[in-house]
Design a protein around this ligand. Structure first.
Ligand code: NOJ
Length: 558
């Protein structure tokens, strides 16, 4: 067992269990050079603001060299900085600024696929004899018949014809994102080398993009598309994935005191095989179960109404199934999702209350809270009006596909604008100056939400009752309350359709949390069954029925 990574006692105190993760999408955070795109120097400029909030760990989405077909999740050089984000010297300065402030940096490892502009693929696609040909996944066949029916997550077939070699290559995302062949040990060694490059610079953690997809089902058989999203797992080979991740742990992860998290749309029982300490794989999984409830599939569909009881039951199940066995994560938004306050709250009448309620959920549930820059000021979805305004490659591909299937423009816009990832990617709203203080450019890469004149960080910091101050309080409360980190989680009322009531119990104390997940008041007698309680956090001033999106946190004596 390495000294780092994961003590066998799941509840042993470890820095990464006590932290929370603030996600920065670099294009959208702060532009320092006036080109309309956020950059690394912009992040460095804002470190004091982050420290004031209480940030101790940052997950930075990709900043590596990339043609930006999928905004950096298509990498053409794993150990270089994309010029639009800055230089390696800028990166080093940013990392040093973080270290000075005691902030750890978690970086994104995108190794399911590279860019088609990566030199490996450029060579691989020229000839079957290339030394790099076997870095990717190829199948022979005729140019008009893909090797199987595997779909790309972003729409259409997962196979693209490559004329120079007379073969198909696999791409589970866009055709500019060819899948790397993890079965080739030279590929894995090259990946480990890239990881060591960043770890040796002192990064504090790694987030593995679409980890669950690294190992493909060796049969390459058709999958049953009538099963919808559930069919996708049949494209993968779980036992083989474990072998890869264990090797990666042995070769790289175990040698550094870092935090590791793998993105995987799995259930909690499946996750345990990757994150139980004895497995020597990863520390945590970032799952999708609660995020798929009103979506249905990893692929773009129309958003549907969310059943709060189902939502609670997913979060409760993860807490219960991982209890004493592995560590959890919890989030309600990221750069692939719409803004949480517009989805799980109410971005009109109850924007402030609902954003605070979601913060309470993140910081009192069991697991490492993750949130995307902007959640701490309650940033909302953007009022897109036409398909042309969208930037997200997934949204654009899906729109093209749906239009080609004969759907009307209105129908396609209604579906796609309800869930496009662009909502979560509009520039951060710093203040009420032009472009919200994000950039001095005439045009920013995505438009700034016009509500920046009243929704912005400066306004929130000036108002002690704001969402920003509430996040700051919730962050400090969790940091200083071991029960909210390590305490056992118990759902007190799983059947209630609106109220999420739970306890956190630990040798250092017990806490009761009541969240109204909906916008109507609820008379909630269960509250009165805890006579000896002291209120320590909440988003409304006094007691009585639980108001719309009300959150109350109490310390309890029994
Ligand atoms: C998950 C990332 O979060 C998303 O932004 C990206 O498009 C896909 N993986 C493909 O890398």
């Amino acid at each position: 067992m390495s000294r780092f990574q994961h003590p066998d006692d799941v509840n042993a105190p470890t820095w990464w269990k006590e932290t929370f993760v603030y996600q920065i999408y670099p294009r959208s955070f702060q532009d320092s050079n006036g080109d309309g795109v956020g950059d690394l120097n912009g992040i460095t400029m804002r470190l004091d603001d982050l420290q004031a909030l209480g940030v101790e760990t940052i997950w930075l989405s990709p900043f590596y060299r990339s043609p930006n077909d999928d905004n950096g999740y298509d990498i053409s050089d794993y150990t270089d900085i994309d010029p639009q984000f800055g230089t390696m010297a800028d990166f080093d300065r940013m990392l040093a600024g973080m270290k000075e402030r005691g902030i750890k940096l978690v970086i994104d490892m995108v190794f399911n696929h590279s860019s088609d502009e990566h030199p490996w693929f450029q060579q691989a696609r020229q000839s079957r004899e290339s030394l790099f040909h076997d870095f990717y996944i190829w199948r022979e066949g005729s140019p008009d018949q893909p090797p199987n029916n595997w779909p790309s997550i972003f729409g259409g077939s997962a196979w693209e014809w490559n004329a120079p070699t007379g073969e198909w290559y696999l791409h589970l995302f866009t055709r500019k994102q060819p899948d790397l062949n993890w079965a080739n040990p030279r590929v894995r060694e090259a990946i480990y080398e890239s990881m060591r490059f960043w770890l040796d610079k002192g990064v504090g953690g790694l987030r593995f993009d679409v980890l669950a997809m690294f190992a493909k089902n060796p049969s390459y058989a058709d999958i049953d598309l009538s099963k919808g999203g559930a069919a996708l797992v049949d494209m993968f080979d779980a036992p083989q994935l474990h072998a890869y991740v264990q090797e990666m742990h042995r070769e790289v992860l175990s040698k550094y005191d870092i935090y590791t998290v793998g993105e995987a749309p799995v259930d909690a029982i499946t996750a345990l095989d990757m994150i139980a300490p004895g497995r020597r794989e990863l520390q945590t999984i970032y799952h999708f179960e609660h995020m798929l409830l009103d979506r249905g599939s990893l692929q773009i569909t129309q958003a549907t109404a969310l059943d709060r009881r189902a939502f609670k039951s997913v979060l409760t199940r993860w807490a219960e199934q991982l209890e004493g066995k592995a560590w959890n994560t919890i989030y309600v938004g990221n750069h692939d999702q719409v803004r949480p306050v517009s989805r799980f709250g109410d971005d009109k009448t109850h924007r402030v209350a609902s954003a605070k309620m979601l913060a309470t959920l993140l910081f009192t549930h069991k697991g490492i809270p993750f949130f995307l820059a902007g959640e701490e000021i309650g940033m909302t979805n953007y009022p897109f009006a036409t398909l042309d305004e969208l930037d997200d490659v997934n949204a654009r591909n899906m729109a093209r596909l749906m239009l080609s299937q004969g759907k009307s423009e209105d129908e396609v816009f209604a579906a796609i604008s309800s869930i496009t990832r662009d909502h979560g990617r509009t520039p951060f709203q710093w203040d009420a100056t032009p472009n919200a203080g994000f950039s001095s450019a005439e045009r920013t890469w995505l438009p700034v939400n016009p509500n920046y004149t009243h929704i912005n960080a400066a306004a929130d910091r000036a108002n002690g009752d704001s969402i920003w101050h509430y996040f700051q309080r919730a962050i400090a409360l969790r940091k200083h309350t071991p029960a909210l980190i390590y305490g056992r989680f118990t759902d007190l009322d799983p059947a209630h359709p609106a109220i999420y009531a739970y306890r956190r119990d630990h040798t250092t104390g017990s806490y009761l949390i009541m969240l109204n997940l909906l916008g109507a008041p609820v008379d909630y007698p269960l509250l009165d069954t805890f006579p000896n309680k002291t209120r320590i956090l909440g988003n409304y001033a006094d007691d009585g029925p639980l108001r719309p999106f009300e959150a109350r946190v109490f310390r309890v004596e029994s």
